[in-house]
Write a protein that binds this ligand. Structure first.
Ligand SMILES: [Zn+2]
Length: 337
């Protein structure tokens, strides 16, 4: 939780500054509701939040979607919705947005865990190192993971193949790479983050593929660990269990930043369907002491995807996309003083 003290102090500072400005201008305080309380939670006016990030703010035609915009970034978010679109990437929020008095409000938790983490990570303390990378190919041995028998695909083989290709790319660039497995062996879930922690890894990527009963779903998605007090993306509302903090939460901002860059590179390189940056408390991320995410690199149950996954060229593209995302995350860290 240490890393969150910075932003809280900063938010407090901005509030004080804001009220001081209003007092100087003689504007009535009631007219500018920068922060409101809704369902027991603090929400911030998204236009004001955008202003702090140097973005202009306006409703799109029809007053259903609010847009924040700067030279490089467009953020669209709908009324009462729990997804925002950052340069078209769906990013799952902790809480739905809330409209009041023709203004749209975003939970302050989402302002911190999504907008600040991705757009202004320099506000957080504890910038991570970026040298030793831990790759975690999902499943293995007796656990095949997702399967598509018709195409002869096992998730465990695909994950290992992509991880080994990624390791080669990273090592060629001078990174130290640690693998939770480098052959077809079974590794219990709880041992995987322990390997990363013991090796003092700087970054952890767990590599997976999806499968569902239907042939339709397709695309790529990335999971960052769910922040404290909020529900994971597949649940509608938080419950008492979500009040717990885990070691993985110490890296909340960096998890989101890493997830954003990986997801963006995955979609750009493959041209695949962007299923977005989601939140879950996967057990491989829970005890993790460094930034980490879990990527789902496609549905083996989707015939078109399965066809591509059979080719080494496409698996190399997937490895290259993860490599690019890791480098872009590292470049972003480097720009933090
Ligand atoms: Zn899996």
């Amino acid at each position: 939780m240490g890393v969150l003290i910075g932003p809280f102090v900063r938010v407090l500072f901005f509030r004080v500054l804001w009220f001081a400005c209003l007092a100087v201008l003689g504007a009535p305080l009631q007219a500018q509701r920068v922060e409101i309380e809704h369902e027991g939670r603090v929400y911030v006016d998204i236009a004001t939040a955008g202003g702090r990030l140097g973005m202009s703010a306006y409703w799109l035609r029809g007053y259903r979607t609010f847009r924040l915009r700067s030279q490089w970034t467009t953020i669209d978010v709908g009324k009462g919705e729990r997804i925002l679109y950052l340069n078209r990437m769906p990013i799952y929020l902790g809480f739905p947005t809330h409209e009041a008095g023709n203004r749209l409000y975003l939970a302050r938790a989402d302002y911190q865990h999504v907008l600040q983490a991705i757009l202004t990570p320099q506000v957080f303390s504890g910038k991570p190192n970026f040298r030793r990378i831990v790759l975690d190919p999902g499943h293995g041995g007796k656990d095949p993971g997702a399967q598509n028998a018709a195409y002869g695909l096992n998730e465990k083989d695909l994950a290992l193949d992509v991880a080994l290709r990624l390791r080669r790319l990273l090592e060629e660039s001078g990174f130290e790479v640690i693998m939770t497995r480098e052959s077809d062996v079974y590794i219990p879930l709880e041992r995987r983050p322990r390997i990363a922690n013991r090796a003092r890894g700087d970054l952890f990527v767990s590599i997976h593929f999806n499968a569902v009963a239907s042939a339709q779903p397709e695309g790529l998605e990335t999971y960052a660990f769910t922040p404290r007090f909020q529900a994971s993306s597949k649940f509608a509302k938080p419950n008492w269990k979500d009040n717990r903090s885990y070691p993985g939460n110490a890296n909340d901002p960096w998890n989101a930043l890493l997830g954003y860059h990986l997801q963006r590179a995955m979609v750009q390189q493959t041209g695949g369907v962007d299923r977005g940056l989601k939140r879950a408390r996967w057990s491989v991320l829970r005890p993790l002491e460094c930034p980490g995410v879990l990527v789902e690199l496609g549905f083996v149950s989707h015939p078109g995807t399965a066809q591509k996954l059979r080719t080494a060229v496409y698996r190399q593209t997937l490895a290259q996309s993860l490599y690019d995302g890791i480098i872009q995350y590292g470049n972003r860290l480097q720009r933090i003083p």
